[in-house]
Each structure stands twice: as C-alpha cells, then as structure tokens.
Write a protein that binds this ligand. Structure first.
Ligand code: KIV
Length: 294
C-alpha cells in the first residue's frame, strides 16, 4: 500500500479524460504526448508495458499510457542471454511493428547497447533513425553519468528522452549480473545523482529499475519528472513490466514480476490438444473445410 497521499483525479487532455483513471480501457482519440506523461507527475499512476509486435501492441494500447519497445526483446523474443546483443536494426523492425498496433499510447523505443554511448552525435544519429523509420514518439537510454550531455543534446534537437537508472541491464558485465542496485551508500547516492542529472538534462520521464522502496521514494521525491518503476516499489509515479513476463510466458521471472496470466500453460495446453486432434484425425473439423456449392 502506498504511503503517499492519493492524488485528485486529473485530466489527460480535454475529451480524453477518463472519469476515473484506474478504469480502463480508456477511450482516447489522440495519442498521448511526452509532455502529458511529464504532467502526470504526482497525479494518477502511469501505466506502462513493453511490446515487440503489432497484435500485442493493439491489445495493450487502450490500457496503457506508454508502450516501450524495450531491448528486452533480445531476451524475451530472440532468446539472447542479455540485451547486449540487440542491434539498432532489431529495434527499428520491432518498433515499426508496434507502431502498426498502438494507436493512442505514447510509444518509446529503446536505443540498444553501443548505439548511443560514444557521443551525443552518435546518439542523435541512432535516435533520429529510430524515430524517422518507426514513427515512434520518443527513445529511452540507460543513463549513467555519461548520459547527461547526450540527453540535453537530443532534447534540444527534437527527441524526447526517457532515462533509465538503477539496474541498467546493458551494464550487467560491469555490475556482475542482473542484481538489485543501491546496496552501498556510494551506489545509492550515485543512482540519486544520475536521476537528478537525467531530469535536469531534460528527460520527460525516468525508469527506475531494481532498487529498494526507500531509494525509489528518494528519487521520486528528488525530481520533477515521473519515475516509472520496475522492481522499485509502488512509490514510483508509474509502473512498467516486460509483457511476456507478466503474462506468464516464462517459468522463471524476476522477483518483482507478478504473473497476471498463465500464457505458458495456456499455450502448452492448446498445442497438446492440437497435436492430439491431428494424431487422431479429429482436426480439421467439418467447419474448417472449404465446401464449394457447384
Ligand atoms: O528493455 C526493457 O524492456 C526495459 C524495461 C525493463 C524497462 O528497459
């Protein structure tokens, strides 16, 4: 249960206002913008999920304020051991697919490892390609202290940036694995400082991943842009999960995931029934056959 005072019901935009923001799907006529997400700071919680394909984007769109085409695609779709092997081409391909399905949520595409860290110019080349080729509205970058200059460079040149602090999966080889961050005073302070720097540089929102509730609350209170938590407690201004994780596609998921579905079991049961029907010739059924009148 959040210890924060509950906010008044607030508008997204004129006619798009849900009577109660927690009642979804929301009937929206226009796509949510990055400034509108920023404007939700301290108001109704921001609902975010990842998507990598058009049909999933279409299903989740009316329920979400923001859809992230995460570089988690490398792990949950392509079977890679981490996000380090994800390329810009992969992000463009999946970003295009998601944009075909998502009609009104803000779509943010991750810049993958190696496509933005070298310089602000490299980041601009990658981010502008992603925005021009997919039609997405913003990009996300994992934000160590090196990222501050890049964030303001991108924002000044027309690219809304969502930052990402705490557990930064692209840095797993420096961190020594996918472990929650902020155990020591030095790292705790570094995460707060990185978040403040990313906000000051012009990010419109910031993902806070894999930190304690105390640290999530401190970051949330320290900056005037929304924090989007993943493994970071309900103290954040919004939440995001990797969609196949929360749908129950995988046997093992991180501790912070709640499985809202049982997709793995459902898929296995359906495939088992199909295999059985094919084996005993009860599929195709009569209604699946083409019958020509003449
Ligand atoms: O790649 C991703 O899906 C992400 C989320 C975990 C925030 O960065």
């Amino acid at each position: 249960m959040s210890t924060r005072p509950q906010p008044p019901v607030e508008a997204l935009t004129g006619q798009d206002v849900p009577d109660r923001p927690h009642q979804r799907p929301i009937k929206r006529t226009r796509r949510i913008t990055a400034p509108q997400i920023t404007g939700r700071k301290g108001k109704s919680p921001i609902v975010c999920l990842t998507a990598y394909d058009a049909p999933t984007a279409e299903i989740i769109d009316p329920h979400c304020d923001l859809i992230l085409v995460g570089d988690s695609v490398g792990m949950v779709v392509h079977g890679l051991p981490s996000t380090v092997g994800v390329t810009l081409d992969m992000m463009v391909l999946h970003g295009k697919a998601v944009m075909r399905g998502a009609k009104t949520a803000l779509v943010v595409v991750d810049l993958p490892f190696g496509s933005y860290e070298a310089s602000p110019e490299q980041a601009f080349a990658s981010a502008s390609r992603v925005m021009m080729q997919t039609g997405c509205q913003a990009v996300k970058i994992e934000s160590g202290s090196y990222a501050t200059e890049t964030i303001s460079y991108l924002v000044q040149r027309g690219i809304p940036v969502m930052s990402h602090v705490g557990l930064r999966p692209q840095s797993l080889h420096v961190f020594g694995g996918f472990r929650a961050r902020g155990r020591t005073d030095a790292i705790y302070k570094e995460i707060v400082d990185n978040a403040k720097a990313a906000a000051d540089a012009g990010s419109f929102a910031i993902v806070v991943e894999g930190v304690s509730a105390e640290l999530a609350e401190e970051v949330t209170d320290a900056i005037d842009i929304p924090t989007i938590g993943i493994g970071a407690s309900a103290q954040c201004d919004g939440q995001i999960l990797v969609t196949p994780d929360m749908l129950g596609l995988f046997k093992r998921v991180p501790k912070f995931v709640h499985k809202y579905g049982s997709m793995r079991d459902d898929v296995e049961a359906a495939v088992k029934a199909y295999a059985s029907d094919v084996s005993d010739r009860s599929f195709p059924r009569a209604e699946n056959l083409y019958v020509f009148k003449d």
